[in-house]
Design a protein around this ligand. Structure first.
Ligand code: FWO
Ligand code: ZN
Length: 386
């Protein structure tokens, strides 16, 4: 296995289109991008990328690594994430979270799973907390978690405007955001609060209040599921207009869409048309439960989220007419910007060698920090993943 790899003749999107290039990788890093690169070294692994595009490894900022669900009783708990699912779908960096069930799902298990995924080759981070306020933590406080637990980059998913939330007061939410900010400053991390925004009438009013009435800047407020419905998305676009970032839950591969459904694809298109695509990210809600409730909020069934939703949504967005380099921003450089992930989200010198090679959206090869996790469509055997 060589530390020096040369990917030849790919149509390179970093995410901007950079032309037909060779990419030299040394160890975990992208080291040189050029044409007809000559390497006079023994033992260079050359991979022919002719006829393929290369994009930065996809970043998924909202994934239930250890499974979620349970909202319809024990039988509705969802299974944990498989590394092979991430590789198959070009996802190389992920942020894990707990959801509704903060009782039987633990931060310790989330941490252990994030370490396992990292040792398998992926880059992983986690949010401390779960739906509930006050949030569950490792160390007793949000600030200590951010400062002392390396994998913790923020708090989430904190539920607001949802019949499953803990009905948090504005003051409770404000304190969580304030602690995430200062904890993030001390730790040199983004310190975002990833808000689970339900379909409730107050939407993201708390977030607008924080921006308007406190010194806390937008960057710590990271609401997800913002494509849940058109009204919520429109408020999200206003939030983005004011300088915020919003995350949309991708369309699950093969999801049956009704004409009337508002989806992340519609959201990305509308954001692009308003010049706001740089403020948009998408996530999969992978392994989370995608429950269905009737008009009285009674549980009527569920699907399980797939990390494949990120790639699928990008493909559908490009099919809707959004230029390829613009569309892929929402799952690469934009997400790296929100989460302040150094070395992630771009194909550029000195960045981590997280690269996906595709032929017409079929993933052909995936490198994670310079290691091939997939070649010619074949996923490397992931230890202990049965
Ligand atoms: C969303 C995760 C929802 C879990 O609103 O929040 O339920 O803990 O596994 N899923 N609660 C799904 C919609 C965005 C479709 C979660 C779930
Ligand atoms: Zn959620």
């Amino acid at each position: 296995m060589s530390l020096i790899k040369l990917i030849r003749n790919v149509e390179l999107y970093g995410p901007e289109y950079m032309g037909r290039k060779d990419v030299l990788i040394v160890g975990e890093k992208i080291s040189f991008i050029g044409e007809d690169v000559q390497v006079q070294m023994p033992d260079v692994e050359v991979y022919d990328g002719d006829g393929m595009v290369a994009i930065p490894g996809l970043i998924d900022p909202h994934v239930h690594f250890t499974g979620g669900g349970g909202e319809g009783g024990f039988l509705t708990r969802t299974p944990e994430l498989k590394v092979s699912d991430c590789i198959r779908n070009g996802v190389t960096t992920l942020v894990g979270c707990l959801g509704t069930d903060g009782v039987t799902r633990s931060l310790e298990n989330l941490y252990a799973k994030s370490k396992a995924m990292e040792q398998a080759g992926l880059t992983t981070y986690i949010y401390t907390g779960s739906y509930r306020v006050p949030p569950v933590t490792f160390t007793g406080t949000i600030q200590r978690d951010l400062v002392l637990i390396d994998k913790v980059i923020g708090v989430g998913e904190i539920a607001i405007s949802d019949h499953r939330s803990s009905q948090p007061t504005f003051e409770e939410i404000l304190r969580i955001v304030a602690d995430a900010r200062v904890g993030g400053m001390i730790a040199g991390k983004c310190g975002v609060v990833n808000f689970h925004v339900g379909g409730g009438k107050n939407g993201i009013e708390y977030l607008f209040d924080i921006v308007k009435n406190t010194e806390i800047p937008h960057q710590h407020l990271y609401p997800t599921h913002m494509s849940r419905n058109r009204a919520l998305f429109e408020s999200g676009l206003r939030f983005a207009q004011g300088g915020g970032f919003i995350d949309l839950t991708g369309v699950q591969p093969g999801e049956e869409l009704k004409k009337s459904d508002f989806t992340a694809i519609d959201g990305i298109v509308e954001a692009y048309e308003n010049g706001l695509i740089d403020r948009i990210t998408i996530s999969s809600d992978g392994q989370g439960s995608l429950p269905r409730f009737d008009k009285d909020d009674n549980f009527t069934g569920l699907d399980v989220g797939s990390v494949g939703a990120v790639l699928y949504t990008l493909m559908k967005t490009v099919e809707s007419g959004i230029p390829f380099p613009e569309a892929i921003k929402v799952a690469t450089v934009n997400t790296a910007n929100v989460l302040k992930l150094k070395g992630k989200g771009k194909i550029a010198n000195g960045y981590d060698a997280d690269i996906v090679l595709m032929k017409d959206w079929d993933v052909n090869a995936v490198l994670c920090r310079g290691e091939f996790m997939m070649k010619n469509g074949e996923i490397k055997d992931i230890d202990f993943e049965h």
